[in-house]
Design a protein around this ligand. Structure first.
Ligand SMILES: CCCCCCCCCCC/C=C/C(=O)SCCNC(=O)CCNC(=O)[C@H](O)C(C)(C)COP(=O)(O)OP(=O)(O)OC[C@H]1O[C@@H](n2cnc3c(N)ncnc32)[C@H](O)[C@@H]1OP(=O)(O)O
Ligand SMILES: NC(=O)C1=CN([C@@H]2O[C@H](COP(=O)(O)OP(=O)(O)OC[C@H]3O[C@@H](n4cnc5c(N)ncnc54)[C@H](OP(=O)(O)O)[C@@H]3O)[C@@H](O)[C@H]2O)C=CC1
Length: 293
């Protein structure tokens, strides 16, 4: 099976299974990240899981982070069965104290941390005019504040130990008015701007920070959207298909590994050309926009 056939293969669940991730072809050398330690928040989610598999298959010890211990432990078990190195850490990225305690524990356990990939995040579709304060805060606290707590905690320890580091933040395409997710567009625009500022401020510390803006990547995370919205996502780009979590995983390695050593403050859009063409409606297409169809 070639790579494109693999990408087009449909599976019962949304996204790629652990068995598929364990065997998916990759362009990277098997020892590209040997001996390194990477922290992947949202590591048991759809995209984070692919990132965890790829970094681990390239020789890194992967620490998967999330709130659900069972999901994390099951993944670590699957990774272990394939002979790659991984461990789980339960933490809510919205809790700055828990995040700091986690990084202290990881440095004690491993003596190093080399990369941070922030894939934890999400939102719910709703017209902005109806957002509750609690809902708005949940999305901002998760995607902007939580990502910041992770970045600052990682960077303080790199600075204190004079250790280089790289950060990759998984965001959302913010250049369009993606309908129904204005809260996340606000949060992710904050992360993108913050990453540009930190790329300059932390360059003297040998810390690089980049973002990946995925288009429609089929994962279980899509279940928060209606069936009609999900059915339309593949038509949100000129390739007329969703991307896979592997597309994002390979982009993350490209930015984190030495292949990205002269790249910082950048946002890499991985969306099949969606930002240049197409429409995306997370809550269905409103009548107003149907005029002329
Ligand atoms: C430019 C064109 C090219 C690009 C084309 C791109 C096409 C892309 C299409 C979609 C883009 C993005 C896709 C994805 O990101 S998919 C995967 C991401 N995963 C998720 O989103 C997971 C599901 N989401 C969540 O879990 C939550 O939204 C959240 C991350 C915020 C959870 O945080 P938390 O656990 O802290 O929050 P709670 O669940 O406790 O909820 C807190 C309050 O938030 C309000 N809320 C929550 N859900 C809803 C809802 N469905 N509707 C309305 N309000 C909601 C609510 O006030 C909650 O409080 P209460 O529970 O007390 O009511
Ligand atoms: N799939 C797509 O089409 C797109 C995805 N993205 C973004 O990419 C990232 C990954 O998406 P995807 O893998 O599809 O989503 P998933 O919902 O599959 O995974 C998200 C993960 O984030 C973790 N998470 C959420 N909140 C917290 C928190 N407060 N603390 C710790 N972990 C948390 C969840 O784990 P747990 O429940 O264990 O806490 C979950 O495993 C998200 O930021 C998403 O918005 C962007 C554009 C498109």
């Amino acid at each position: 099976m070639d790579d494109q056939q693999h990408d087009q293969q449909t599976s019962a669940a949304l996204g790629l299974s652990d068995d598929e991730l364990a065997d998916h072809p990759t362009v990277f050398a098997a020892d590209a990240l040997a001996g390194q330690v990477v922290v992947v928040s949202g590591g048991a989610g759809g995209i984070g899981r692919a990132i965890a598999w790829l970094f681990a298959r390239l020789g890194a010890h992967v620490v998967v982070v999330g709130r659900n211990a069972d999901k994390l432990d099951a993944l670590v078990d699957r990774l272990g069965h394939r002979g790659v190195k991984a461990s789980a850490h339960v933490a809510d990225i919205k809790d700055a104290d828990a995040v700091n305690a986690m990084f202290d524990a990881l440095w004690t356990a491993h003596g190093r941390v080399d990369h941070l990939v922030n894939s934890a995040g999400g939102q719910f579709p709703q017209a902005a005019i109806d957002f509750s304060i609690k809902g708005w805060n949940a999305v901002i606290n998760t995607n902007l504040n939580g990502t910041w707590y992770m970045m600052q905690a990682a960077a303080q320890r790199w600075r204190d130990r004079k250790h280089q580091g790289s950060i990759v933040n998984v965001v959302v395409v913010t250049t369009h008015g993606l309908y129904g997710i204005a809260h996340t567009i606000a949060a992710r625009s904050g992360v993108i701007g913050l990453s540009r500022a930190l790329a300059v401020e932390w360059a003297p510390l040998n810390i690089r920070i980049n973002c990946i803006a995925p288009g429609a990547i089929e994962t279980e995370g899509w279940n928060v959207y209606s069936e009609a919205a999900r059915a339309a996502y593949p038509r949100s780009n000129p390739m007329m298909r969703p991307g896979t979590p592997w597309d994002i995983a390979e982009a993350a390695v490209y930015l984190a590994a030495p292949s990205g050593k002269f790249i910082t403050g950048e946002t890499l859009t991985v969306d099949g050309g969606g930002q240049h063409w197409g429409e995306t409606w997370t809550t269905g297409k409103p009548d107003y926009f149907k005029g002329g169809d």
